[in-house]
Write a protein that binds this ligand. Sequence first.
Ligand code: NAD
Length: 363
Amino acid sequence: MDPFVYDGLPGRVVFGAGAARNGLAAQLAELGAERVLLCVTERGLAQAQPLLEPLGDKVVGTFTDVRMHVPVESAQAARQLAADCGAQAVLAIGGGSATGTAKAIALTSGLPIVAVPTTYAGSEVTAVWGLTQGERKTTGKDLRVLPKVVVYDPELTLDLPPDLSASSGLNALAHAVEAFWGPGRNPITALVAEEAIRALSRGLPAVVAAPHDVQARTDALYGAYVAGASFAVAGSSLHHKICHVLGGAFNLPHAQTHAVVLPHVLALVAPALPDVEARIARALDAEPGGAVAALTSLAVRLGAPTGLREIGMRFEDLDQVSDLVQEKLPADGPVPLNREAVGALLTATWTGPPRATPPRPQS
Ligand code: NAD
């Protein structure tokens, strides 16, 4: 085994059906938070209401201008509200956008976050923040934005529509896959990532088939949690850099972009990292050499989009994407890529799923 460094991240995770309904007040009390700012979308307010009743009058402000990729204007308004109402903690109930808004507040104020995720985005277990100014998305890492407590309650995901569940789940799968070659990877992140892929590939088809099945939702949410946890330590690489450009500069939908790009990046990386490919294949219940085909077939089975053209990307903008991706390519990426290779990758990703690759013969 190669020598490694493992930077574990702090934070409490409370997991289980009913955990948010029954446990939020106690978690906030342990933090000593008497004045709480809630970050939630307008849509999420109704879902949040029953969770807030046990908190009595502790919620002193509610910020609902939650937007994807956190535009700086939205961050500034949220920070102002937190200051105006004297918040001692931020409670984020919702997907990655609600968590991201809470992170923007914590980044400048140091306020603790209690996160209650309702999608599979995974942001709640990472110390990564993101802000968008105009067309440019900036991200950074800061322990102040890592939620102090995450309450995972599968009941809150029962109403996540099947199409969003599929793409959000594939976003989670991307965290686990990229954790195998991220710059901070180590044997523990690989172990956790493999478990995440197994749980997601079991849970997501069951969720799409029966969205109100609590057991299926539990598997998928657990998978999303451990995928996020592996990625939080391993860090982002080629796949996330590409999605970051597409989301920030072209405003493509976050989860769907990940769903489309992931099989292509895996197809590119797999031949260079056969041992990683075999572990991903095993977690997807496939033979060595079959990871890309298994991932593609999972995405198709889930009804997720498979080409950038399906989610609003214009072919004529691909050259610009190539330039931006080229600027952001990680120095320690899994495979060396020149501009031509990036262009070929993007063209293939725009068109549709990767062509099937035959499984590698077993020795
Ligand atoms: P989102 O939070 O914008 O939610 C997507 C949609 O689903 C919204 O319309 C929301 O109202 C709806 N929704 C959420 N939960 C629901 C539920 N239970 N039932 C019905 N509808 C529901 O999207 P997302 O994909 O969760 O998060 C994307 C954002 O998170 C992006 O800005 C992305 O950059 C960020 N992100 C950050 C990290 C990180 O580590 N910093 C990781 C992943 C994602």
